[in-house]
Design a protein around this ligand. Structure first.
Ligand code: AVJ
Length: 318
């Protein structure tokens, strides 16, 4: 009988640790907030809306690769995997793999625990025969998998180019931690966004109707809630642009006027035009993407891409 456990392993860090991480970021010479804090319940919904935008090419390009090469991908992986979905969100990408992949167990992990709970409840009704577990936790610094997660044939699934949120150095460390949790049959199926022209990238991260702006600004509401800060969203504007020197898109929030943000025990003054860095989204050349996986201890890397070479789906064996 399949079992389904709902997101219960909430972010295991005490809320004090989250507040001190946020404080350190806000007090840096260049203020920063980690992109993982974009995802509260509203942020997860806004990200779903971004994925529907005509300008935001990654989701539909990755989905087209999965449709076109799904049979090949499934053949490479084989049935009976322990499918571990990192940053599962609405679980839609994994759900489309189920009929091809026939996983033995599905483990969905996301920092946005309430959103994940609703997603996995819906999914368990659609696929009652697949054993499912939801874990509401932050896996960015360490990945502590509870005993319910099978050790055999783990397939870490990291779609959407979320790896781009890490610097290449951080990405190698993160992927190395996944590799260390694989047995000999373990593997990784990952989506990696590729370098392309700046106009396409700029439009994707600064869309015409302002959904990405809302997604970025919502981080301030979430931070207010997490650390008791008094950010006034109306005092900030969204910036999203490609930085070719670093091969990454950057998102920032820019102060519209001079202002001071206060929280229990501290404050930070911002000049007009001063920014908070909220996200990096690194874009790789295909050769660099393969190198990243090999340097993390994965091997026999197989790459599928779209005709424009905008996005890569990569399967790498442990
Ligand atoms: C979920 C990290 C892959 O970097 O494209 C979308 C997040 N930020 N629009 C990305 C995002 C702005 C997205 N990832």
């Amino acid at each position: 009988m399949p079992t389904s456990s709902l997101p219960d392993a909430r972010d295991e860090r005490p809320s004090g640790a989250i507040a001190s991480e946020l404080r350190a970021g806000l007090l840096g010479r260049e203020a920063a907030i980690s992109p993982k804090f974009l995802y509260d319940a509203l942020g997860s919904r806004l990200f779903e809306a971004i994925c529907e935008l005509p300008e935001y090419y990654p989701t539909r390009t990755e989905a087209a690769i999965a449709v076109r090469h799904g049979a090949d991908i499934a053949r490479a992986i084989g049935p009976g995997a322990t499918l571990i979905d990192l940053g599962a969100g609405n679980c839609a990408k994994a759900a489309r793999l189920f009929p091809l992949l026939h996983p033995a167990q599905y483990v969905a992990i996301d920092i946005s625990h309430d959103f994940l709970r609703e997603s996995i409840e819906r999914l368990q009704q659609r696929f009652p025969h697949i054993e499912m577990t939801g874990l509401g936790l932050d896996f960015s610094e360490r990945l502590a998998l509870p005993g319910v997660v099978r050790a055999e044939k783990r397939l870490f699934f990291y779609p959407g180019s979320s790896i781009g949120n890490y610097t290449p150095e951080q990405a190698r460390a993160f992927l190395g931690r996944l590799r260390a949790q694989c047995d000999d049959d373990g593997a990784l199926l990952i989506g990696i966004d590729l370098v392309k022209d700046a106009a396409t990238l700029n439009a994707a991260y600064d869309d015409a109707i302002g959904v990405t702006a809302a997604f970025n600004l919502n981080i301030l509401r979430h931070v207010n809630q997490l650390m008791g800060a008094d950010f006034d969203v109306a005092q900030w504007r969204h910036r999203g642009f490609f930085n070719p020197g670093e091969s990454r898109v950057e998102m920032h929030l820019e102060a519209r006027e001079a202002l001071t943000v206060r929280w229990p025990g501290g404050e930070r003054a911002f000049k007009a035009g001063e920014r908070i860095h909220t996200e990096n989204s690194y874009k790789y050349r295909q050769s660099a993407a393969i190198g990243l996986l090999e340097q993390s201890g994965f091997r026999s890397v197989h790459v599928w891409t779209d005709p424009d070479q905008w996005f890569a789906v990569v399967y790498a064996r442990a």
